[in-house]
Design a binder for this molecule. Structure first.
Ligand code: SF4
Length: 474
């Protein structure tokens, strides 16, 4: 069955551009450049959304500030993945009342995944009267219109209509880095993992047109970007929502064939959709970083089924074995949830066993956080918090030892790194696998690829020196 992905018509986006011009004209009449501050919580998708919010603000005449103090507009881009992050948002939005008192004209907007949950949006409306506007991720492209309305009609605005989502091409982007860029290739998720709120707040999977993605990546390469990360909640589903689109591996190959000196990365992958074709493509192209973030979440099959992950631990092990057979230097990272409802000690030990066997370079570890409205939040959860904390500590200890061992193995080897900045006396750089390396060198090397020989390590980073032939050219 052919499904159509809704695309916001260009004339609707053009109307938003007009709102930007009207806002800029308002400020010109005031005779000053207004200041904006965008605060981002959560994942890379949110970072990418904030870059678009900044792009729209810049087009509306705003300069970017470093804090809410004195800002004419404050945008809080929220995350709904964990309760802890939500509580921080409520606390920080509440505290904005003071900044607004000191700067009465300040306008405050709250957006992002939390505002995709009707109860949270309602709470913002009722209990946070100093918030001027709320919009959910589907309404992001309408931000100029909402801001204009708040500025001119002195009324609060709430754009929280739920939808399966649409794609909006052509929103201006203000990127945070001149070297590294995010490129969203798809939005939303169809997987409904039982603990995850994302499909409810970001809607169904929508793939961008490949030609738009190629154009964006070509533009980035031409502008000097060297490290480009393709983003999606589940990039391996790219193209499956419409007939006639390439699959993710083919899209990746097409991008990797573009001329220029750059590295491509992607996240996040799902083990049920990643496979040999993807790993063969990664192995084939030098411009695709040999780095894979493949969340396993649990090493126990009963827990994986309860999570609705739709793979088992044997399949996961097979995937990793194949990926490593075609990419022996693959840097592997993953996500794991400790204390999923009903997880027993034995089931947790299956997770430890998998970690010990696979030996990840790094893990992103989380204690289960119930999200209202998801099936897992309604599951029986008899394990005491103390026991979950204890499991978490044991897991982190195991992974720390493995990370240190993996880092030790880097010593003496030479890697191609992208030099991205300076930290005190040393330059900072990232290996293809995303490992942080510090070494001595001139500022002129920032923004270039260099070869660095690793001389020492800590659990989290590597220390190195420019390889001989590079030093000669310094
Ligand atoms: S794949 Fe699962 S965990 Fe990832 S965004 Fe989709 S539902 Fe959430």
């Amino acid at each position: 069955m052919e499904r159509k992905t809704a695309v916001i018509p260009p004339e609707k986006l053009a109307a938003q551009t007009e709102y930007c011009e009207k806002i800029a004209a308002l400020w010109r009449r005031e005779g000053r450049t207004p200041l904006a501050f965008v605060d981002t919580y959560g994942c890379q998708q949110n970072e990418a959304d904030s870059e678009r919010i900044r792009g729209m603000l810049r087009e509306s005449g705003y300069a970017m500030g470093e804090s809410e103090e004195g800002a004419d507009v404050v945008v809080i881009n929220t995350c709904a993945i964990r309760e802890h992050a939500e509580q921080r948002v409520y606390g920080n939005v509440g505290a904005l009342v003071h900044a607004k008192r000191r700067h009465p004209g300040q306008k405050i907007f709250v957006c992002g995944c939390m505002m995709g949950q009707p109860a949270a949006a309602e709470r913002m409306k009722k209990s946070y009267r100093h918030v001027d506007g709320v919009f959910n991720p589907h309404q992001l492209w309408r931000f100029p219109e909402l801001l204009y309305s708040v500025l001119t009609q002195k009324k609060r605005v709430f754009a929280t209509e739920s939808s399966d989502g649409a794609i909006c091409e052509g929103i201006p982007v203000e990127r945070q880095s001149s070297l590294k860029a995010w490129v969203s290739i798809m939005y939303g998720c169809n997987n409904f993992c039982s603990y995850c709120i994302v499909p409810y707040v970001r809607g169904r999977e929508r793939s961008r047109d490949p030609e738009e993605i190629v154009r964006e990546v070509e533009g980035l390469i031409a502008a000097g970007y060297k490290d480009i990360t393709l983003l999606g909640q589940n990039v391996n589903s790219y193209g499956k929502d419409r007939d006639g689109l390439p699959d993710f591996a083919d899209l990746l190959a097409r991008l990797a064939e573009l001329p220029g000196e750059f590295l491509l990365r992607f996240m996040t992958s799902h083990p049920k959709d990643a496979g040999k074709k993807l790993f063969d493509t990664m192995a084939k192209y030098p411009k695709i970083a040999k780095q894979l973030h493949l969340p396993f979440q649990s090493g126990n099959d009963r827990v994986l089924a309860a999570m609705n992950r739709r793979y088992d631990s044997a399949h996961y092990r097979e995937l990793i074995a194949y990926a490593r057979s075609v990419m022996p230097d693959l840097v592997l990272t993953s996500d794991v949830i400790v204390g999923f409802p009903g997880e027993t000690e034995e089931e947790f030990e299956d997770t430890l066993r998998l970690i010990e066997e696979i030996r990840y370079d790094a893990l992103f570890t989380f204690i289960f956080s119930p999200r209202k409205g998801t099936p897992a939040a309604a599951m029986d959860d008899p394990t005491p918090k103390k026991e979950k904390n204890d499991r978490f500590d044991r897991l982190v200890k195991l992974q720390d030892a493995i990370s240190a061992e993996r880092h030790r193995a880097y010593v003496g080897k030479t890697f191609r790194v992208l030099v991205d900045g300076r930290d005190g006396d040393l330059l900072t750089a990232r290996t293809e696998g995303g490992r942080l390396v510090r070494f001595s060198g001139a500022d002129g090397l920032i923004g270039s690829f260099q070869s660095v020989t690793v001389t020492d390590h800590t659990t989290w980073s590597l220390v190195g020196a420019l390889a001989e032939q590079e030093r000669d050219h310094e």
